[in-house]
Design a protein around this ligand. Structure first.
Ligand code: AMP
Length: 199
């Protein structure tokens, strides 16, 4: 089973790359942001709660997000693997995620971290905001807040994963062309598959 975590600040291209790799490898793409947005659109109770945080660029509380992720995994039991995009985003989420995955006997294969400079992130998100219709992509203050939240609460997970899964944490230059980034990621995945067959 292949379980990939796509990690990086907002605008680093996690969603784009997750979609490409999920389609190439027939993995189930789970984006917590997309699930929240779907719930907001459908005006569910979860959507109404999440919206208050998302429109300000804050994180949705951990317990809500962890429950959502756990339910989503239960619904897709037959998948041959997953790409987690935008989860985990805090230490609490990462620790709960580890427990959940260990109960389900589905270890993380690789954590792929996309590295992009802050100026490039702001530029990309403002450009995306012109077409995505996402309120949180249209206001530079909200965008900067999301990046600050990432720097404060999420970027620490790099150390967490380097300490826990070490060589399975991969840093990738996320400022290259989309196709080149997909090729770089695919190469790491192929190496992982070859090495795990050797074990
Ligand atoms: P994204 O689509 O990944 O950029 O996420 C958009 C927004 O959804 C974030 O700014 C958060 O408000 C919320 N969100 C998505 N994933 C998470 C998560 N794992 N933990 C908390 N909030 C999240």
């Amino acid at each position: 089973m292949m379980n990939l975590v796509f990690f990086g600040p907002p605008g680093s291209g996690k969603g784009t790359q997750a979609e490409i790799i999920a389609s190439n490898m027939e993995l189930k793409h789970i984006s917590t942001g997309d699930i929240f947005r779907k719930n907001i659109k459908e005006k569910t109770e979860l959507g109404i709660m999440a919206q208050a945080y998302m429109k300000e660029g804050k994180l949705v509380p951990d317990q809500l997000t962890i429950n959502l992720l756990s339910n989503e995994l239960d619904m897709c039991r037959s998948s041959k693997g997953f790409i987690f995009d935008g989860f985990p985003r805090t230490l609490t989420q990462a620790e709960s995620f580890d427990k959940l995955l260990s109960v389900k006997n589905m270890p993380i294969s690789l954590v792929i971290s996309l590295e992009v400079s802050e100026n490039e992130l702001v530029y990309r998100l403002l450009e995306r905001g012109k077409v995505s219709g996402r309120v949180d992509d249209q206001d530079e203050n909200i965008i900067r807040n999301r990046i600050q939240v990432y720097n404060k609460e999420t970027s620490i997970l790099k150390d967490y994963y380097v300490n826990t899964i070490n060589e399975y944490f991969i840093s990738i230059n996320g400022e290259k062309n989309i196709d080149v980034i997909s090729e770089d990621i695919s190469l790491y995945i192929k190496n992982f598959i070859v090495n795990s067959h050797k074990l």
